[in-house]
Design a binder for this molecule. Structure first.
Ligand code: GLA
Length: 682
């Protein structure tokens, strides 16, 4: 009888077992003799996946009539022979000179009408038929040639959509925009209604009269700009989908990804991730920023959330310094290891890099690499080898998942609309509103997911909405249902303002949230730059900056009041009990003080840190395998040694030692504990 062994890692990203380790390799920069050394060193470092071909278009297709695949055939065979799998790029991010000169119209145009030149990368108009046809043709040629190559483990579409070019204002883009608008609005009358063109004499008689929001004498119609943002995300997505369709057709069964750019305003990643087999991200936290790990944690939580908690892949990070900041600090010893483990701690099943071997020519020759210019005597190389060895020790955690009981609501439409011009204050920017909320949760050791405002909310006790400027009535009703059924919602200021056309909800702010929050906003009261307004919460003195609101309660309790300025005595923070839950409102931007307020709903929702007694500066997360085994990550981001109390004995996987009631983490130290399955934590 044949025993069927269940796949121990049913959730794994690719067919490569364990955690993925490697990076972009651009071997066309060197003679083939160097490749032999490269693959030998890859084996030494434990590399099991490399990304090939990201910028190889000009090499693969030297002119309109010829292909050159010989070098790539040899390369893939060489890698396969050395046990290294391949993430094969479709090579479409940098169209070659011959294509650009044959189709100069494919170069992108700025809002001011400047056509950008060849000589960098990503020089294409997202709506250009010539670019799209050539990109799809190249993708098909690669897919047909390599779909059954044994080295192939993953397809890598394009590279960082939206990195350099997020929009194009040329005639082809204008035509594509008009097509998109027709699809969205149906009739020009409907578009006129949606854009509010009755104001400022902006009425259109036909779609043909509409242009992209190019540089104009004054503020451009805000709904036109909002539709433009939606269109630009969709236009790039259409390119991605065209390549994905080819790969799905010719190379079924091989997963496909494109590398995201963390929390990028230009692309609606909720929509994009529906077209990914797995989510991958490029992350470049700044070693000069002592709080960089908090921002990184936030981005990683988003990446994990984009496909509902599925493991994701850190596709690119720098082994040490980058070369594109004005001043590029290297990572001090141990920092790269810690930050790599942080990605795993937040759900990644692999860490890859830009790039394998440091370039000697071109724009990125001062960017760090897994194999630095100095070669195998460099500190960087020793760290590359050491990290590879550690990832092998952690292989068993591939496929395990985090679980959060709190989620932050993120909506790209609302982000775009919030940051349109001519608002009460230009200081209301989504990242600045979000960051202090996230930092407060991070400091308290609370794991959060991200979620679109539409949900699904199952399994969450607390929803956090630092801002929901744009909110439709149906979503507000869903949120109301969540609260009435026992959930808790915390909503930040300037929320519930506009519908999806960016028209203000009539009847007073916060529009469709007014009943749920039990209050009405009489007037927005921005705070001038540099000034603050005092807020009193119990015994605590907090400071509001940038934004406050004159609110009047309609059933909500007042928990904190303004104690200085024009609004002194008026409510600042409120709670409205509804059904079995509660809805909280923060009418001001509290910056780093926001945690004092968030403590209240956290307590009400019964949410505490991943590990009780977690010392300051130590990040803790928990991944759980399907069989209930837990992996507790402990990461010391601080400059001092820290003692961490442990709940129960386990095994520390990096050292292979048994742990007792606590452990000590050196500065930048890390531990990954395997803890046997236990009763589900509440
Ligand atoms: C991005 C790109 C890479 C490289 C790195 C440098 O992630 O995808 O090609 O330019 O930045 O940090």
């Amino acid at each position: 009888m044949t025993m069927i062994t269940p796949d121990p890692t049913p959730d794994r990203l690719t067919r490569v077992p364990g955690l993925l380790y490697g990076g972009d390799w651009n071997p066309e920069q060197w003679p083939e003799e160097v490749w032999a050394e490269d693959v030998k060193l890859m084996a030494e470092a434990g590399v099991n996946l490399v990304t090939i071909g990201v910028f190889s278009w000009a090499r693969l297709q030297p002119d309109a009539h010829s292909w050159d695949f010989g070098w790539l055939d040899r390369l893939l065979d060489l890698l396969h022979g050395h046990g290294v799998a391949v993430d094969l790029a479709t090579a479409t991010a940098s169209p070659p000179a011959w294509l650009v000169r044959a189709h100069p119209e494919l170069l992108p145009v700025t809002a001011d009408g400047v056509r950008l030149e060849f000589g960098s990368r990503q020089h294409y108009c997202p709506s250009s038929p010539a670019y799209r046809q050539a990109a799809v043709r190249l993708t098909r040629a690669l897919a047909e040639r390599y779909h059954d190559h044994p080295a192939l483990a993953l397809w890598h579409i394009h590279n960082e959509y939206g990195d350099h070019v997020q929009e194009c204002f040329c005639a082809e883009s204008a035509a594509d925009f008009r097509r998109w608008l027709r699809e969205r609005h149906g009739t020009v009358e409907e578009l006129n209604r949606s854009w509010g063109t009755a104001f400022w004499s902006q009425r259109y008689n036909s779609f043909d009269q509409i242009e992209p929001p190019r540089t104009a004498p004054g503020p451009v119609n805000p709904t036109q700009v909002l539709d433009w943002r939606r269109f630009c995300s969709d236009a790039l997505l259409a390119l991605h989908r065209a390549e994905k369709a080819v790969l799905d057709d010719v190379s079924p069964g091989v997963p496909v990804t494109t590398n995201f750019m963390s929390m990028l305003k230009a692309l609606d990643y909720w929509e994009w991730s529906r077209h990914e087999d797995l989510v991958s991200d490029d992350a470049y936290p700044d070693p000069a920023d002592p709080r960089a790990h908090v921002n990184a944690a936030m981005n990683y939580d988003l990446m994990r959330s984009l496909k509902g908690g599925q493991p994701w892949l850190l596709m690119e990070q720098a082994p040490s310094a980058v070369s594109w900041r004005p001043v590029n600090l290297p990572k001090r010893p141990g920092l790269h290891r810690l930050w790599s483990l942080q990605a795993l701690a937040r759900g990644a099943d692999g860490v890859l890099h830009f790039q394998w071997r440091a370039s000697v020519a071109g724009a990125e020759k001062f960017h760090s690499a897994m194999l630095p210019h100095r070669g195998t005597t460099a500190r960087g190389w020793r760290e590359t080898v050491a990290l590879g060895a550690e990832l092998r020790r952690l292989g068993e955690l591939a496929g395990s998942r985090l679980r959060a009981r709190a989620a932050v609501l993120l909506d790209w439409d609302s982000w775009w609309a919030l940051e349109l011009d001519d608002h009460p204050s230009a200081r209301m920017r989504w990242p600045e509103l979000l960051r202090p909320w996230y930092a407060a949760l991070h400091a308290r050791g609370i794991t959060v997911d991200f979620l679109p405002p539409t949900g699904p909310y199952d399994g969450y006790r607390l929803l956090l909405a630092p801002n929901l400027y744009l909110l439709d009535t149906a979503t507000a009703e869903r949120l109301t249902g969540f609260v009435r059924a026992g959930g808790h919602l915390v909503c930040g200021p300037f929320s519930g303002i506009a519908d999806r056309h960016d028209h203000v909800h009539p009847g007073g702010h916060p529009g469709p949230l007014r009943e749920l929050l039990g209050l009405v906003v009489d007037e927005h009261w921005p705070i001038p730059d540099g000034a603050t307004t005092a807020v009193r919460l119990g015994d605590a003195h907090l400071r509001a900056e940038h934004w406050s609101e004159w609110i009047e309660t309609e059933g909500a309790e007042t928990l904190a009041r303004y104690t200085s300025g024009e609004l002194a005595g008026l409510p600042a923070v409120t709670r409205h009990r509804q059904g079995r839950g509660s809805a909280w409102y923060l009418s001001c931007h509290l910056g780093t003080d926001v945690g004092r307020v968030l403590d209240l709903p956290l307590a009400e929702a019964g949410l505490g840190p991943e590990l009780p007694g977690l010392p300051e500066g130590v990040e803790a997360t928990r991944r759980r395998a399907a069989d209930g085994t837990e992996y507790l990550f402990l990461l010391n981001h601080g400059p001092a040694e820290r003692r961490v109390p442990l709940e129960r004995p386990g095994t520390e996987l990096l050292t292979g030692t048994a742990t007792g009631e606590g452990l000590t983490l050196a500065p930048l130290g890390a531990a990954v504990l395997r803890l046997p399955a236990t009763e589900e934590r509440p």
